[in-house]
Design a protein around this ligand. Structure first.
Ligand SMILES: Cc1ncc(COP(=O)(O)O)c(C=O)c1O
Length: 397
């Protein structure tokens, strides 16, 4: 194939983004039906019947006693940190979406960035002890790309030092660690239902826990801190989810098994097509339990592949394949955190290497088999023409 950077003609006419919402035709139909019900009932928000039904379903799916649904995962995390009554420092991986760090600061907690392990790309439990100080109150693990953290090791270190343990399970809807569904680990876990996630309510999030008192606090505080009519007991916020968003969740639930199977087949399809390209490795998912296979994540080893991850991403964009650098840079290297902690020298070598090598490919494809053939062909062609591609990049930088 001739690359678009040389011929000017992209492989795809329409751009294919990574975060392309998954909305099946039957999901859409069910959503319209549910919206009619909501309008007929004239009940549009404030702990409505759809919200309550969705909470029961999500708790059942993730095998937890409680599920409190809110307007997004960032608010879910803030309410979680508040419900646990944390102060001081919180240890979390730098290799995550920025919201995991920002939500700590919004709760007046200091984020302390930890490295990840090479194999899981999740927080390195063996490094946590070196970061604990008298001010440390909690650890947040992130089940990145649906891959579970090393849960037992994290539980052990948190128990040893009396720390609370939370999991950012934004990517892990429907995933499990061994036989145990994600949701019931640590003190609590939170999910994201953003439009680009595996399971979406346009915007949304949830706090899963087996602790009734945490659930109760989150419920009061997602509703301005009201503990009853005209009775504000706490510093709450508006974290509520509307009935329209909850209807989207209910409409999507029947599609979940089919969606998982489709995502798995795309993941496997990419893996087969890309495995023979030197310098390209696909991050394994689903090896420690069930996965939703929503993310197709590659690591590009420039020394072997011939061009850097950044160059490959530029070439893919010219082909209308809108690959994303998730997550680059690590939170500790984001300008905001560099300015906030100018004196701090972080030692996070795995995070820094992986964030330079990582890219996510689109996983919701209009014509999966054909599109994966084309995308794999682009990636292979770049490798075969590495010198020419480098020259083009040098001239067009
Ligand atoms: C790992 C992770 N945590 C938190 C969030 C924040 O989720 P939300 O957009 O629902 O606030 C995201 C969103 O992409 C995420 O990827």
């Amino acid at each position: 194939m001739e690359l678009a950077i040389f011929s000017g003609k992209p492989a795809f006419v329409k751009p294919i983004p990574v975060g392309f919402p998954i909305v099946e035709a039957d999901t859409r139909q069910r959503f319209h039906g549910l919206m009619d019900e909501a309008f007929d009932r004239n009940y549009l928000t404030n702990d409505g019947p759809f919200l309550q039904q969705l909470e029961r379903e999500i708790a059942r799916l993730h095998d937890t006693a409680h599920c409190a649904i809110v307007c997004n995962a960032t608010i879910a995390q803030m309410l979680s940190l508040q419900a646990l009554g944390l102060d001081g420092e919180v240890i979390l991986p730098s290799f995550t979406f920025i919201a995991t760090a920002h939500a700590c600061l919004w709760q007046n907690l200091t984020p302390v960035f930890c490295d990840i392990t090479e194999d899981t790309l999740t927080i390195d439990p063996d490094q946590i002890e070196t970061l604990i100080t008298p001010r440390t109150s909690a650890v947040i693990g992130v089940h990145l790309f649906g891959n579970p953290c090393q849960v037992e090791k994290l539980e052990a270190v948190c128990q040893k030092y009396g720390l609370r343990l939370l999991f950012d399970a934004s990517h892990a809807f429907g995933c499990s660690y061994g036989d145990r569904p994600i949701g019931g680990f640590g003190d609590l876990e939170f999910l994201s239902f953003h439009a680009t996630k595996f399971f979406s309510t346009f915007e949304g999030g949830a706090i899963l826990t087996n602790d009734a008192s945490i659930d109760q606090k989150v419920r009061w505080n997602r509703n301005f801190g009201f503990a009853g009519y005209d009775n504000v007991q706490y510093l709450g916020i508006n974290g509520k989810m509307s009935e329209a968003a909850a209807a989207m969740g209910l409409a999507s639930l029947p599609a979940v098994p089919r969606r998982m199977a489709n995502c798995q087949s795309i993941y496997k399809g990419y893996r087969e097509r890309l495995s023979a390209i030197p310098g390209v490795s696909i991050v394994p998912v689903g090896e420690q339990g069930k996965s939703n296979y929503h993310y197709v994540v590659l690591l590009i080893d420039e020394a072997v592949y011939g061009v850097s991850r950044d160059v490959l991403v530029s070439v893919l964009w010219k082909e209308n394949v809108l690959a994303r650098k998730y997550f680059y840079p690590g939170c500790h290297q984001m300008p905001f955190y560099c300015r906030l902690y100018p004196q701090k020298t972080w030692h996070l070598p795995v995070t820094e290497r992986v964030s330079r090598q990582v890219l996510c490919l689109p996983s919701n494809l209009p014509h999966p088999e054909e599109d994966m053939d084309i995308i794999a062909d682009i990636i292979a062609t770049v490798r075969k023409n590495a010198t020419r591609v480098q020259q083009w990049c040098a001239m067009n930088a």
